[in-house]
Design a protein around this ligand. Structure first.
Ligand code: ZN
Length: 129
């Protein structure tokens, strides 16, 4: 059976070069590519892969899963919490322990993400506060 389509998940982590390769698959191999991913990182900035895909994609569809902040407002930001504190600086990709059920991290810091509305992102107010 010929290749019908390709699904690329976590596409925000693709490099610009990889995004262009996905476009080549569409144009030269005539195979549809569906890329799924986040729009912005924890700083509220476009991921490199996302930016490139937005530039070159034939179609952009916002997922209909409406993300909500703990206050009920529409979530616009994916806040990074390191040891339960919202951080606005740091590398786009961070390696850490994301298991919130462990009392002590296996290595490094405890890193988790929480969806917040713009207002609570700015005030760094997460649900536990
Ligand atoms: Zn909120």
């Amino acid at each position: 059976m010929p290749l019908q389509f390709i699904v690329c998940d976590e596409a925000q982590f693709c490099t610009v070069e990889q995004c262009d390769q996905l476009a080549l698959i569409v144009d030269e191999l005539h195979v549809d590519v569906y890329a799924f991913g986040l729009i912005t990182d924890f700083k509220g900035l476009l991921f490199d892969g996302t930016r490139r895909l937005l530039e070159i994609a034939d179609q952009r569809i916002e997922m209909q899963v409406e993300a909500r902040c703990w206050c009920g407002a529409r979530a616009t930001n994916n806040a990074r919490l390191v040891n339960d504190k919202v951080v606005l600086e740091g590398e786009t990709v961070m390696v850490g322990d994301t298991d919130k059920n462990t009392s002590a991290p296996l290595f490094g810091d405890v890193v988790r993400y929480e969806l917040l509305c713009r207002n609570h992102y700015r005030k760094k107010q997460v649900s536990a506060d």
